[in-house]
Structures are given as structure tokens and as C-alpha cells.
Write a protein that binds this ligand. Structure first.
Ligand SMILES: [Fe+2]
Length: 312
């Protein structure tokens, strides 16, 4: 992680957000489709001038009992994109999700878009490739994706500039995508009243997560923050997925200003020890490490998901 004193990527993202604050043409329109089965917020961000869109963290429905996939909320995304005449340039993943299958390949087939993820995906592929004994059919070089982003990499959404920030902790490869003034934080921050993402999956680190979050919280207060998940919170009975850097800095129950790393790490370790694994972790990881593709079909033409016994 770059030193706070010489963090060129963060400075670039900050300047981009400040320019967007002064010029509405540099702010993407963001629409969200919420999947109540996995509590996942999938976002459609678009540039109103060029009608270019990015889909961030899509969900493919999965019936675990039957082993059957279905477009589900991804079909909602297609309908919304078509109704507005948007042109999908990007399919972005903030990380290899452990609680839902990605719909990126299905959406790409329907609407196109370059599929991007953080370049440290290769570490996640190596780890899960070993755990699932995936063999040589599974390349661990990120080649299943179209674009591997590093910290500070730039891209554009039509006429709106975007900057990638590497925010490890939940997994080693998590990325935040800053598009105009909108920060898609993936599984780092949740709503201020719910706190932060778990850091106990293979390769996770609560200390890294704390540093990644404190880095994001140095962005301008007015930046819009879009989450990957929401689970409601005590006293709040509706789902929410948008907040601001300022609200997080002031009110986030786990990482507001003044919380130090040791306190956060102790809190996260204690809380993570109480959490069950997500119900869909085994299929999700095996599909998402392959960029949302199913494992290579066997000789009968059927793809199978493995269940490693007594490993997780
Ligand atoms: Fe996640």
C-alpha cells in the first residue's frame, strides 16, 4: 500500500472527485438493483452525455438445492439498460465474491462490456485453485478476465474519468472503482450503522482492511459511496447502499475517525469468529475465480461444483 505522504493514486482520485463536484457532467448516474437473496447491490453507472454504462458486481441467481442457475436480478439489469438505451462498456468486479455467483459472462453475452477485476486476482486464483485442486484446466493468470487493474490505473466511462484503488483486506485483490465522484467500495465499508466487511476468508487481513478503509476515508467528504451489500441494521428496516465519505468518517460504527488499528483488528477478529460462512461460498468461489464461468464440463457435458470436506 502506498505511503499516505506519496499516494499518487489517491491524489488522482481526489482531484477527479473535486472536478466532478464542480461539474455535473463528470458525475455518473447510478441505478441499483438489489438482490434480496444474497443482500447484494449491483450498480449500473452511466455517463448521461454519451450513455455509456458500467455494471458493477452483478448477481446470477443460484438454487443451491437443485444446482441450477437463473438470470434473476441480472435480467432486471438488462431490462433497465435496454429501456434507457445505454451502451455497456464495462463489467466490473470489485473482488471474487464468496456469497453469490457473478452474472458477468451472462451480461457480457447479452450486452457486451469489458470484464475487469483487480490484478491480484492471480493470488486469489492460486489460493482457491489449490484448495479446490482445480488442476491445469484452471489458469491462475487472470486470463479469464479482459482487463486486470492495478492501483492508480485509469479508465473512462464515456466522458467521465475513473481511477482504480487497490483496497485489500476482505480479500487480497479487492478494488474500489472511483468513477467521477462515485466510489464503488465493494466489500470494505458497509453502511455507517452496520460497519465493515469481514476479513476472515482465506487471504483476508483485518489490518489490511483497516488501512484500505482509512485510505478511502481520505477522499473528499462529498464523494458518493456505493456499497456491495446491505443487511439492514438495528433500528433500520429498509435496505440502503449509498452514503458519503463524510458520513462514513463521522459515523461508521467500526472505523469512524479516532478508531485505531489495534482496536479495529480486535473488534473484527472477535466479530468474524461469530460469523458463519456464507451459504453459497463453495459454488461462488469456484465460479467467480473463473470470472463467472462454470468449471469445464466433464465428458457427459455437465459442469460440476466440488465440495471439499473438512477444509473450510
Ligand atoms: Fe465479498
Amino acid at each position: 500500500m502506498p505511503s499516505p505522504l506519496h499516494d499518487n493514486a489517491l491524489e488522482q482520485a481526489t482531484q477527479q472527485i473535486l472536478r466532478a463536484a464542480a461539474d455535473p457532467a463528470l458525475r455518473p448516474v447510478v441505478e441499483t438493483v438489489f438482490d434480496q437473496a444474497t443482500f447484494t447491490a449491483s450498480h449500473i453507472a452511466h455517463d448521461p452525455a454519451t450513455r455509456t454504462a458500467a455494471i458493477i458486481d452483478s448477481v446470477l441467481d443460484y438454487d443451491a438445492a437443485a444446482g441450477r442457475t437463473h438470470p434473476g436480478t441480472a435480467a432486471d439489469i438488462v431490462a433497465r439498460v435496454r429501456a434507457q438505451g445505454l451502451d455497456v462498456a464495462w463489467q466490473l468486479e470489485t473482488h471474487v465474491h464468496a456469497d453469490h455467483l457473478s452474472a458477468a459472462p451472462w451480461l457480457q453475452h447479452e450486452m457486451g462490456g469489458t470484464l475487469g477485476i483487480g490484478q491480484d486476482i492471480v493470488r486469489v486464483q492460486d489460493m482457491f485453485g489449490t484448495i479446490f485442486n482445480a488442476g491445469t484446466e484452471f489458469a491462475r493468470d487472470g486470463s479469464q478476465f479482459d482487463r486486470l487493474f492495478g492501483d492508480g490505473d485509469r479508465f473512462t466511462l464515456g466522458s467521465i474519468p475513473a481511477t482504480c484503488l487497490h483496497v485489500p483486506g476482505h480479500t487480497p485483490a479487492d478494488m474500489a472503482y472511483v468513477i467521477g465522484d462515485a466510489v464503488f467500495v465493494g466489500d470494505t465499508l458497509f453502511m455507517p450503522d452496520y460497519g465493515t466487511a469481514r476479513a476472515d476468508f482465506p487471504g483476508g487481513s483485518a489490518a489490511d482492511l483497516f488501512r484500505s478503509i482509512r485510505r478511502l476515508l481520505r477522499l473528499p467528504d462529498a464523494a458518493r459511496v456505493f456499497l456491495c451489500h446491505d443487511y439492514k441494521a438495528p433500528g433500520r428496516d429498509s435496505f440502503a447502499w449509498e452514503t458519503t465519505i463524510g458520513a462514513q468518517r463521522t459515523h461508521n460504527i467500526h472505523v469512524h475517525d479516532g478508531v485505531d488499528e489495534a482496536t479495529f483488528v480486535a473488534m473484527r477478529a472477535a466479530r468474524d469468529a461469530t460469523l458463519r460462512l456464507p451459504g453459497l461460498i463453495l459454488p461462488s468461489v469456484q465460479v467467480n475465480m473463473r470470472a463467472g464461468q462454470m468449471p469445464q464440463p466433464e465428458s457427459n457435458g455437465v459442469s460440476y461444483i466440488k465440495i471439499p470436506l473438512n477444509v473450510f
